[in-house]
Write a protein that binds this ligand. Structure first.
Ligand SMILES: [Zn+2]
Length: 450
């Protein structure tokens, strides 16, 4: 950051390079400030994830799918998720609602754009957040970024897609003339909003993240593609529903949707989710339930012959808790397997990364019986493969301490962290040029007690 701030007006560089560096510097600095003043808590994050799952669930149990249950009982789950996105209300053809939403979203995008411009212009002068206006603007932007990485994209993109397309099957377009008069005005507003929304959403998705395992930001997590994968779904779903508003291809869509969610679960499994335990559990539970809903829709569309009945709905409701529990168990259970690697001989950097993160997590939770057991397991496994002398590795000291159940004065914790630190140092010696390991080491050195 410091290097960039100097280099963006280095006269030796060409003008283009200087502009590029300046844009980079400002984007990173502002995003850093946004993360500093974000106010999300685990409960707010969990709430947003729940709403997001409801938005996704809507497209698995859509009431206009002809092959799905149409009873009054099936109405309840649909009513719950009905108001979490704009599709249900657009479908009713309420044009004044649609105009209101379109203008509000377009105005918000313009407002966001003006906020960002204002901050960019003023940023050099008020780098220290001395201005109250800047401080509140940053708070506001931070909230917007939080919404854009969670529940924002589906309704926002849907509204703008609706504005730029003209579909005669659609209740909102059926008696208006395409691309003339008010429709043309809406199309222009829509494409302008869509451009800004795309820029803001992608920037937030890319930079409004925290990789620090010790971070107290609830959405901090390891580097992973899952965020972008879900964003692609959040843009793809409204696009599909706008282009095929009478759902003539619904039978094919549900297969595609179920496969997409299945991949999401695989990606989530590989990426090891968020550092915050409750947020992590919320994602695994909600995502597996949405996947299960999509799979039941496939069963209905392709395997269920004859009359449309409710059995599938009971099937979905009864099996859901089991699916959620099993998937969550699989994801949490990884922690045990991740501990069973020899860090000094690990071939892949991500194995070391996970080992260190999980080790720190267990050390923090060592007062709990479960954490204690895991910690002892970690040490036992390490001692088994450790080739170092008694004086060269802390594992021997720790082994004796565990036998004598040492005090809880915090001294023991420091030894544990020094033990992990020595493993970290060994890994860096093995992969001296790996930037991910160096970054993790920097976080570790900053946050562990010395
Ligand atoms: Zn050892």
């Amino acid at each position: 950051m410091f290097k960039l701030s100097k280099s963006y007006n280095n006269p030796k560089h060409s003008k283009l390079t200087r502009i590029k560096n300046r844009v980079k510097f400002l984007t990173y600095s502002i995003m850093h400030e946004l993360l500093q003043c974000q106010f999300s808590s685990s409960s707010l994050q969990n709430f947003l994830l729940l709403v997001e799952a409801g938005q996704f669930l809507w497209y698995a149990i859509h009431p206009d799918f002809p092959f799905l249950w149409q009873t009054s009982f099936a109405q309840y789950p649909r009513d719950i998720v009905k108001y979490l996105q704009v599709d249900a209300l657009f479908r009713q053809g309420d044009r004044s609602f649609y105009y209101t939403v379109l203008y509000i979203f377009a105005a918000s995008m313009l407002g966001l754009f003006m906020c960002v411009t204002f901050i960019v212009v003023k940023f050099d002068v008020v780098m220290k957040k001395s201005s109250t206006v800047i401080y509140y603007l940053l708070r506001l932007l931070s909230l917007c970024a939080l919404l854009l990485i969670t529940i924002g994209p589906i309704p926002v993109f849907h509204t703008f897609f609706e504005a730029i397309t003209c579909d005669k099957d659609d209740n909102l377009d059926n008696d208006s003339k395409c691309y003339t008069g008010i429709h043309l005005v809406n199309t222009i507003i829509g494409s302008f909003g869509l451009t800004l929304a795309t820029i803001f959403t992608f920037t937030s998705q890319l930079l409004f993240i925290d990789f620090n395992p010790a971070s107290n930001i609830p959405f901090a997590g390891p580097q992973s593609i899952i965020g972008f994968y879900k964003l692609a779904m959040k843009i793809g779903l409204p696009l599909y529903i706008t282009l095929d508003s009478d759902l003539s291809t619904a039978k094919g869509f549900v297969i595609f949707y179920a496969i997409a969610w299945f991949f999401a679960l695989v990606l989530r499994y590989i990426s090891r989710g968020y550092y915050n335990e409750s947020v992590n559990t919320m994602t695994t539970v909600t995502e597996s339930i949405v996947t299960w809903a999509a799979i039941t829709a496939v069963f209905h569309a392709h395997l269920d012959v004859g009359q449309v009945d409710d059995i599938g709905l009971y099937f979905f409701l009864v099996i859901s808790p089991f699916v959620a529990y099993s998937y969550n168990f699989l994801v949490t259970n990884q922690r045990w397997r991740e501990m069973r690697i020899n860090v000094r001989k690990a071939q892949k950097v991500y194995q070391i990364e996970r080992f260190i993160n999980t080790a720190c997590f267990i050390i923090e939770n060592k007062e709990k019986p479960q954490g204690r057991i895991e910690l002892e397991g970690l040490l036992r496994y390490h001692t088994k493969v450790c080739k170092k002398d008694i004086n060269d590795c802390l594992c021997h000291t720790l082994g004796q301490n565990i036998a004598n159940t040492l005090d809880s004065s915090g001294e023991e914790e420091k030894i544990w962290y020094r033990f992990v630190d020595s493993l970290m140092a060994d890994s860096i010696a093995k992969f001296p040029k790996n930037s991910r390991l160096h970054l993790q080491n920097a976080y570790f050195q900053q946050d562990s007690p010395k």
